[in-house]
Design a protein around this ligand. Structure first.
Ligand SMILES: [Zn+2]
Length: 158
């Protein structure tokens, strides 16, 4: 898989946030299905096979949701709560995978490095937020504004 565009990177981070919101019961099943489908359709630099796998899990959530609405969930084969959980943990794993892959290589379309505060903290040159990071990956993402920067602790050529 190639590098993510800046836009897609933000969408991938957004997927992670949506899944967390659902886990905290701040989104219901219908909302997360709509949100994830919308984000998925907007992705531009992610491989088709990743999208297909992602779509499959979203479809599972959709079938469960429809069955709840029309009452047929009582005839669901197995534990549907567990199936929701499994689909979401697969989606989460896929999201983490794509993020880790992105962070592992230097993104030459980005020219700015995060600022090293001290041994434990990085400072975002965009929003000035400081966050704790011991990452030794090539790229880091500011948790406040979701912008990607080079990791100042890694020697790189820009
Ligand atoms: Zn920031």
């Amino acid at each position: 898989m190639g590098l993510l565009t800046e836009y897609d990177l933000k969408q991938i981070v957004l997927i992670e946030k949506k899944i967390s919101l659902f886990e905290e019961s701040k989104l219901d099943l219908f909302e997360i299905i709509c949100d994830l489908s919308g984000i998925l359709n907007a992705l531009e630099s992610v491989s088709e096979s990743w999208k297909k796998d992602f779509q499959r899990e979203v479809n599972t959530l959709e079938i469960i949701h429809d069955s709840i609405i029309d009452g047929s969930i009582s005839r669901w084969n197995g534990d549907y709560q567990k199936d929701i959980y499994n689909a979401l943990s697969k989606l989460k794993k896929m999201t983490v995978y794509i993020l880790e892959e992105y962070l592992g290589q230097s993104d030459l379309s980005i020219s700015v490095s995060a600022v090293e505060g001290d041994a434990d903290w990085l400072i975002c040159p965009n929003c000035n937020d400081a966050w704790k990071s011991n990452s030794m990956k090539a790229m880091v993402i500011c948790p406040k504004c979701d912008c990607a920067f080079h990791n100042p602790r890694i020697s790189h050529t820009v």
